[in-house]
Design a protein around this ligand. Structure first.
Ligand code: FE
Ligand code: FE
Ligand code: MG
Length: 171
């Protein structure tokens, strides 16, 4: 534990930061697996473009899990040790893919990113001017989640537009 490094945290209980980070940690693993499995099962038009994006996002979520786990340890905490705890600690949950259609998969993932944005936005507010190191980490992750939402929404819109054009041309 970073004894002196943690002594500069003011106006926040370290245990509360650890609890909030462990919840985000659970979300990151579930998001990682959701993207991982979506990239495997996705079907339909322009699915290759979706697979590239989903696979890249899976890697980003795993990187986020690493950043969050390292910070929990610096703070003297322990990252959740059992995958069972992911489900009891998650805020954003896990959206099991039920329909594998590319548009539906993208919609599920957009929902997940919107939840991630609200969680990290809350963490940014919580740590601002109080725990600058955590603040810096959660700000970086927040920027990634905003980019994720944008990437998925842009792809979703391209695909739905393409389908609409196709329908028109067949009339
Ligand atoms: Fe993430
Ligand atoms: Fe994300
Ligand atoms: Mg992307």
């Amino acid at each position: 534990m970073a004894k002196y490094g943690n002594s500069i945290i003011k106006g926040l209980e370290i245990s509360d930061i650890i609890t909030a980070l462990n919840k985000a940690y659970a979300d990151e693993w579930l998001a990682y697996y959701q993207y991982f499995i979506e990239a495997k099962v996705v079907k339909g038009i322009m699915k290759d473009a979706a697979i590239v994006e989903l696979t890249q996002h899976a890697a980003d979520e795993l990187r986020h899990a690493t950043l969050v786990a390292d910070r929990i340890i610096q703070l003297g905490g322990t990252p959740l040790l059992n995958p069972k705890d992911w489900f009891t600690n998650t805020s954003c949950g896990y959206e099991e893919p039920k329909e594998f259609d590319v548009v539906k998969i993208l919609q599920d993932s957009i929902k997940g990113e919107q939840c991630a944005i609200s969680i990290y936005s809350h963490l940014v507010d919580m740590t601002r001017d109080k725990d600058i190191v955590t603040y810096d980490i959660v700000s970086q992750i927040l920027a990634d989640e905003v980019e994720h939402e944008e990437d998925l929404q842009a792809l979703h819109d391209d695909i739905t537009e393409f389908i609409e054009d196709l329908k028109k041309s067949m009339k």
